[in-house]
Design a protein around this ligand. Structure first.
Ligand code: FAD
Length: 469
């Protein structure tokens, strides 16, 4: 193809992959989507991204940006398109400890940013299981959430500024380290969560926060979800809002985890229905300096609170991590969720948000709605409970597109009835476009289409994603 030759001439042979070399970019993380891109282009600078898009725009060629390719909604499917990978744009350009901000190229891997922030005595609080591969551009383009949203907010909340390349190759400079900037529409927010449909994010300025000096982590068994939320409120009050993570894993999750990993261990002597991973973190010396026995005040606070709740019969069991290895093993169980979920097929997955006080009632109603369609179906739930985000996966008894659609729709209807969203943190991609058509407010959809048409009049950026036909 002429465009591939032109791209090679423009960027050099090493920056344009074709044929078998595109294999790592030809399927998604779940293995559920496969495609053949025309080429994978790997620019090194914003200018090279811009030159690439000028060429694709002039030739009416579709473009799909890609970061770590860890997205879970088929948003990087690129059949016959040019994929623009940010994997060579990995510079951490400026980190200010005084302003507590960092400016990075969009290809920086999330875990690398964690390390850089830590080296500077600070913390970048966005984290999730794919942090070793996901890149900042992908994280922003999906407005990723993860397990610390409760305390620090989602990707949008952590983003101060963005630089992006528009579909026609123009560079829009919205880079800023400002916490306040009311100079017109906040265009950066259009790119956050846009899943590559409006342009390519090339750089970003992000917020950093004080680095926790001590953490205390526990597995807790509660009697019910309402009791779990009582525990959350109590811990927030006791620690002055220092709860970083509050994750829920029901009994089926624990069973599937044990079955999936042969060397896995149970957290408690007896199985429980409501298992929680709780983490609190202290940034002050006062709360993090160990006493003579090596125990930090934040750990004592967590232990004392859990002991008093256990004593009062308000929780059923609790195990506090005594070592970093024990803490990591608690997290490894939780962060294996995606691997466990997608290992069993067929599955019908939803990524739902509901108000915190509706979680328990929502799960009961969703269970009833699924049972009415397929009484033998099993439902796996794993949840960032602290922010009301529920990963809800139904395993139907048979592979039947009719059952799949009926279950999806039924779960969506229950979600909306509880004031929820059918897309909490993974985005829409391909897999939730039908839900957009069914459930999103029609005027909101019209407005989104108008924005898309204004920025991408030829419809070349990540075509077929997010917006329904
Ligand atoms: C094991 C595992 C655990 C996960 N846990 C969580 C979790 O807890 N919370 C959560 O929110 N998500 C989670 N995810 C999904 C999460 O959305 C992605 O991992 C991550 O945010 C995407 O980053 P990426 O670089 O891999 O993006 P990709 O998968 O490469 O791309 C995702 C989307 O962003 C677009 N895109 C990528 N880069 C750019 C760019 N520079 N400019 C414009 N558009 C771009 C792509 O076109 C695509 O639409 C998990 C995924 C896995 C595999």
């Amino acid at each position: 193809m002429q465009i591939v030759e032109d791209l090679i001439r423009l960027l050099g042979k090493d920056a344009v992959l074709t044929g078998k070399d595109c294999a790592p970019w030809s399927q998604d993380w779940t293995g559920g989507y496969m495609w053949t891109p025309l080429a994978v282009v790997r620019p090194r600078t914003t200018q090279e991204v811009s030159e690439t898009l000028k060429l694709t725009y002039a030739n009416d060629v579709a473009v799909v940006p890609v970061g770590g390719n860890t997205g879970l909604t088929g948003a990087t499917v690129a059949e016959g398109a040019i994929m623009v990978s940010l994997d060579r744009m990995t510079k951490i350009e400026a980190l200010s400890t005084d302003a507590q901000t960092v400016t990075v190229q969009a290809g920086v891997v999330l875990e690398r940013l964690h390390e850089a922030a830590e080296d500077a005595g600070l913390f970048f609080p966005m984290t999730f299981g794919a942090r070793g591969s996901a890149r900042i551009g992908g994280m922003l383009a999906t407005n990723a959430g993860g397990s610390n949203v409760l305390r620090y907010g989602n990707s949008r909340d952590l983003c101060l500024g963005i630089e992006a390349v528009l579909p026609d190759g123009r560079i829009v400079n919205l880079l800023s380290g400002l916490h306040k900037d009311n100079s017109g529409l906040a265009l950066k927010h259009l790119f956050v969560g846009s899943e590559g449909t409006l342009g390519i994010i090339t750089r970003a300025t992000l917020k950093l926060v004080p680095r926790p000096k001590a953490r205390a982590t526990a597995m807790v068994a509660a009697k019910s979800l309402p009791d779990a939320l009582k525990l959350l409120r109590r811990l927030q009050a006791e620690t002055g809002g220092q709860v970083e993570a509050f994750e829920y894993m029901p009994r089926l999750f624990m069973t599937m985890h044990m079955a999936h990993f042969q060397d896995a261990t149970e957290p408690f002597d007896a199985p429980h229905d409501v298992n929680l991973l709780v983490e609190v973190a202290a940034t002050s010396d006062r709360d993090s300096t160990p006493d003579d026995t090596g125990v930090t005040p934040i750990a004592s606070l967590l232990e004392d609170t859990l002991f008093s709740l256990l004593h009062g019969g308000e929780i059923l069991d609790a195990v506090v991590a005594q070592t970093e290895a024990q803490r990591r093993s608690m997290w490894a169980r939780r962060e294996a969720a995606a691997e466990i979920t997608f290992a069993r097929t067929p599955y019908i997955d939803s990524d739902i948000a509901v108000p915190l006080d509706k979680v328990a009632a929502f799960l009961d109603a969703a269970q009833a709605a699924v049972a009415a369609i397929d009484p033998g179906a099993e439902t796996l739930v794993v949840s960032h409970l602290g922010d009301g985000n529920i990963h809800h996966t139904v395993y139907p008894t048979r592979t039947d597109p009719g059952v799949k659609d009926a279950v999806k729709e039924a779960v969506e209807k229950v979600t909306l009835a509880f004031g929820g969203s059918f897309s909490a943190e993974h985005g829409i991609g391909l897999s939730k476009r039908a839900s957009m058509a069914r459930q999103k407010d029609p005027v909101a959809l019209e407005t989104m289409r108008a924005v898309k048409a204004a920025l991408d009049p030829k419809g070349l950026m990540n075509p077929g994603k997010v917006l329904p036909d």
